[in-house]
Structure formats: C-alpha cells, structure tokens
Ligand binder design. Structure first.
Ligand code: UDP
Ligand code: MN
Length: 570
C-alpha cells in the first residue's frame, strides 16, 4: 500500500508541473489576444501604411495647442486626459455572449452610418479620443462618414488643426468621408445636430457627444436591431467615465430613459420579464441621454430635432415622444456600449440673450441628487408641453407655474400638422403603452402644484427646509404633490408635511413606516386638509404661521388650494 503511494508521487508532480506550464501558456495567449487590438498603433489597426504612423505621433503636438488649461472650464480632468493617449484599452463591460453571438447584418451598401458630433469647447485630447475610438472600433465599410460640427468653440484653430491631423493620419488611404462644419457664432447642439443630419449621406445617423469612447463592437448590435425595423431608434448602454479619474465603469443595463411631469430626464429602473435576459435589447420611453442612432430618412420625416428648441435641453425627450407617438419605438441595446463623461453640471453657459427667460429643464442622473439647473436656459420644456402633451400639459404647468408666463414666438401648428400627416397618437397613448411610470405618477396624484391660502403660499425654504408662508409670486415657491394612497404631502425633494407629538407642523423626510403613515397622512375635505393622526385641520390663522385646529367648514384660514386638483377617481 505504501509502495503504491510513493510510486505515484513523481508522476503526479510531473502532471502538476505540466498543467501549470500549460495554464501559463494559455494565459499568455489570452493576454496577447486581448491586448492585440488596443495596443497596436491605430495606423496598423486600420491597415494604414507606415508613414501615417509618423503623423499619428503628432497628436501630442495637436493637443499641445489646447489653449484653455483650467479643469474648471471643462469640468473634467484635463491633465489626465492629455496623458491617456488617443486611444486606450477599455474593459469589456458587456455580457460575454455579445461578442460571439452571430449577427445578422445587411451588406454595408445597404446599412452604413453617418456619425454627427457637435462640440462646443471640448478639450482637444478628449475630442480626439472620441474620434479615434470611433474610427478604430467601427468596421470601416459600415462607417459612411464623420460629420464634425464645431459649435462656436473659443479655440479658433481647433478645426483647422484637426483637419490637418486627420488628413495626415487617414489621408487618402481611408475611404471614410469627413465633413468639417463650423458655426463661428455658437448655435447650440440642437441646431448643429440638425444641420449635420441634413448633410449626412449614410442610411443611419448616430448622434454622439464629444466626450465619449466607443467600446469594442458597439455598432453591430445597434445595426442589427435597426435593420429589423426601420422605424426603430436605438441607444447603447452608456458606460460612465468618471470626470476626475477618467475611469471607465460598466453602465447599468437595468435602467431605461424617462422623464417626469416637469419634463426632467430621469433614469428609471426596469423589471425583467420572466426569462428575459438583461443583455437583450429592451424598450425605453426615452433615449439613454442624447446618444442615439436611427434611420436618417425617418429622422428627417419626423422633422429632426424640433428646431424651435434652443441651444441644448429637451431635444431628445421631444424626439422620443414624437417618435413613439408617430409609429416608432425606442430600444436600448446592452450589447452596444459607449463610454460617456457624465458631469455634474454644464461646462458651458447659456447665451446672454436668454437671460430674461427661465429654464425648466434639467437632467437628473442616478447618483446625483442635485439636478443640473441653469437659470438662463430657454423655454424648451414649454414648447414640448405645448406640442405633444395635449391636455396633460396642465400637469407640466402645475409643476412649473412660471412657465405659463414665458412668452413664446411659437405655435404648435407645425407639430399638429406633422401629427395629422403621420397619424400620430395622442399623449394618452404614450402613458398607456410606453411609460407606465409617468402614468402612475399621474394616477397617484390627488393634487399638485403650489398650495395657496389667501394670498400666501406654503413654502419650504431651500437652504434650511424651513416652512413658511411666502408670496405666491416668489419664483421658486414650493410645488407640492399630494399622493392618493399614502395621503402624504411632499415637496420635490421628498420632504413631507408632518405633525410632531406637540402638534407642531413639521417638514420631515417622507417615510413609509407605521409612525409616518399616521403623522404624514392628510385627507382632502373640500379645500380643507385634515390631518389623519389628530383629526384636526391645517390652519393659518395669523397669515404667517401654520397650526392645527378644530376643523371649521367655512374658515378661510383653513382653505388651501392646489394649483391643480385632480378629479377624484371612483
Ligand atoms: N454642445 C454643442 N453646443 C452647445 C452645447 C453643447 O455642440 O451649445 C455639445 C457638447 O459639446 C456635447 C454635446 O453637445 O458634445 C452634448 O452636450 P453635453 O455633453 O453638455 O450634454 P449632456 O451629456 O450633459 O446631456
Ligand atoms: Mn455629454
């Protein structure tokens, strides 16, 4: 017995050594294969001749002319961006099966794409990485052209230098067409993207931001979906690139795009259906940010981005609504990944002529509690509400009352004509079939908007959340939402009107436990607000102090009116 064991030992040792060597060999092979694409100079990756490699090195010179050096200007780490090179290896963030699944693609002669990138004050190294990642990771035959629109950047030699650099690298050897357009005066993203699309010659148009890095195999999964249904529009999953570390992270494929009744963009969580795999394409009420691809012809038939919208903001929400209502669909395709820098606020100002007007659109990102808010942006949201929301626009106005006062040199005639021509559905249809979330928000609301008592409005001060009775004309006066099921009266920051044990009226985080179920529950009796825990009414007897007192049916001090009161559902 002992002998047998001793005999087996050297054999087992040799086996382990061989297995170890073999695994090392495999490891090296795998490493070489995965490095082989990104670490080879671009000129070789795209099968260019050797002189272009010389020019390729010139990117350092190109970025050395970046005149504005402050990171505050760009709101991302410029110095780091300058050291990363024109292309870097990105982690594969999509499901592993995306890489080997066979794709059913039409020939490039039937399905090529024009990429439109509009940029305003983008750092040179960042813009370059966007372009180079795109050229390196897109099958040459499917990329019809690149349309670069410099939207009034203060770096006035940028476009000319870029032209030289690209001419040097890609020169005659590449079939790709590049169109360089410039707005000497800044015209905004919306105008620039429309202009780009109107000049595009590809079957499809992709709108891309100028601070992106496309990941391996981004195009094929999108193209595959688009060729199946010509009226579809698609977005990739956006992988967030951190503005400070420029680290590339995996984006969440369980999120879809949507918006609330103030027409603010939100990411919404989605539920997987039974047997639905997270890597499969899924329907979305709105695009993933502003990065989207669709048939160029279909885009133009829909009138492109609404040209009355100014500069930036709301354009992709508007396109999403009209697309869904007029026979199209939106999908997010998790096998396609594009990195995008999400900044906490805008790197750019809005032009001074818009100072007099207010903006009602800002975008909220998951993880950033404070939305972008630019007080000088335009009335884009009002145009969207007037164009597409039908009678539901009252929801928008209830939450954004000052929008009523914005003058518009716009009538929705054009949109109504489009709507008739294309037999578009009413907004009600969108609520029923596309965004149950928005419908639920609507159905859950018993009342919303400012809450008025006499000439005063109930206001939660921004800086310290103190409750007060303020002038209703105060621009920022609190918009309340009264919820049907919980009876809670909540601000947009999710603070709820409650009653402390001393019967003092308080503002506290909205809760869902047993205690808050009573302390934060209100009942609507006519124009009275009856507190469920104490069975007393909200009162403002001295015009500047809230308290609870015995309900008196005709007391004006107990009468509180919301800007929008819903009909009671039976
Ligand atoms: N942009 C532009 N003109 C403008 C404002 C923005 O061309 O007046 C460009 C900007 O450089 C970027 C794209 O439009 O490439 C989208 O803007 P941004 O990234 O600020 O929007 P977000 O990603 O926050 O939605
Ligand atoms: Mn962006």
């Amino acid at each position: 017995m002992f002998t047998g064991r001793n005999n087996g030992r050297p054999r087992r040792c040799i086996f382990y050594i061989l297995a170890f060597l073999f695994s090392q060999f495999l490891f090296v092979i795998i490493l070489l294969r995965s490095e082989s694409f990104d670490n080879v100079p671009l000129s070789q990756q795209t099968k260019h001749d050797n002189d272009s490699w010389e020019h390729y090195l010139d990117w350092r010179e190109f970025i050395s002319y970046t005149s504005e050096r402050s990171a505050k200007f760009y709101l991302y780490n410029l110095n780091l961006s300058d050291t990363l090179g024109v292309i870097r290896k990105l982690p594969s963030t999509r499901h592993y099966s995306c890489g080997y699944r066979p794709r059913n693609l039409p020939p490039p002669s039937k399905a090529n794409v024009s990429v439109v990138i509009s940029f305003h004050n983008e750092a040179r190294s960042m813009l370059l990485r966007t372009i180079v990642s795109l050229l390196a990771r897109t099958p040459e035959d499917y990329l019809h052209e690149l349309i670069l629109v410099d939207d009034g950047s203060q770096d006035v030699t940028l476009l000319a230098d870029l032209k030289r650099w690209m001419g040097g690298v890609f020169g005659a050897s590449r079939r790709l067409g590049v169109q360089f357009l410039v707005n000497r005066e800044r015209k905004g993203l919306i105008w620039s993207r429309n202009r780009g699309a109107s000049l595009a010659g590809g079957h499809y148009v992709l709108f891309l931001d100028s601070h992106c890095e496309v990941n391996e195999g981004w195009l094929e999964p999108l193209l595959e979906r688009l060729t199946l249904s010509p009226q579809l529009a698609v977005s990739p999953v956006l992988d967030p690139i951190d503005p400070l570390t420029l680290g590339y992270r995996k984006g969440n494929e369980l999120l879809k795009g949507g918006f609330d009744w103030s027409l603010h963009f939100h990411w919404l969580r989605r539920q997987l259906a039974e047997k639905e795999l997270p890597e499969m394409p899924y329907k979305s009420p709105a695009f993933a940010g502003g990065i989207l691809m669709m048939s160029r012809e279909w885009f133009l038939k829909l009138g492109g981005f609404n040209s009355y919208l100014k500069i930036w903001g709301g354009e992709s929400i508007e396109l999403a609504i009209k697309l869904w209502l007029c026979g199209g669909q939106i999908e997010i395709v998790p096998c396609s990944r594009i990195g995008h820098i999400f900044r906490r606020r805008h790197a750019f100002d809005f032009p001074p002529q818009s100072d007099a007007q207010e903006t009602y659109l800002h975008r909220m990102l998951i993880g950033f509690a404070i939305p972008h808010f630019s007080p000088t942006q335009y009335s884009n949201s009002k145009i969207i509400a007037e164009s597409w929301l039908d009678e539901y626009k009252n929801m928008f106005y209830a939450l954004r009352p000052a929008a009523r006062r914005i003058p518009l040199d716009y009538t929705s005639d054009e949109m109504q004509q489009l709507s008739r021509q294309r037999q578009c559905q009413p907004f009600e249809w969108y609520l029923r079939h596309v965004s149950p979330e928005l419908r639920m928000q609507f159905e859950e609301l018993a009342a919303t908007g400012s809450l008025r008592n006499g000439d005063r409005c109930l206001h939660a001060r921004q800086k310290d959340a103190q409750l007060m009775l303020a002038s209703c004309h105060h621009g920022d006066v609190t918009q309340w939402s009264m919820l049907r099921s919980s009876g809670q009266l909540s601000t947009q920051r999710e603070l709820c009107l409650g009653v402390a044990s001393t019967k003092r009226i308080t503002l506290e985080p909205c809760g869902r436990n047993e205690t808050t179920r009573m302390t934060q529950r209100w009942l609507r009796l006519g124009t009275h607000l009856l507190h469920a825990g104490t069975l007393q009414c909200l009162d403002n007897p001295l015009r500047d102090r809230l308290e609870l007192s015995v309900c008196r049916p005709h007391a004006p001090s107990q009468s509180f009116q919301f800007a929008l009161e819903m009909e009671t559902h039976t």
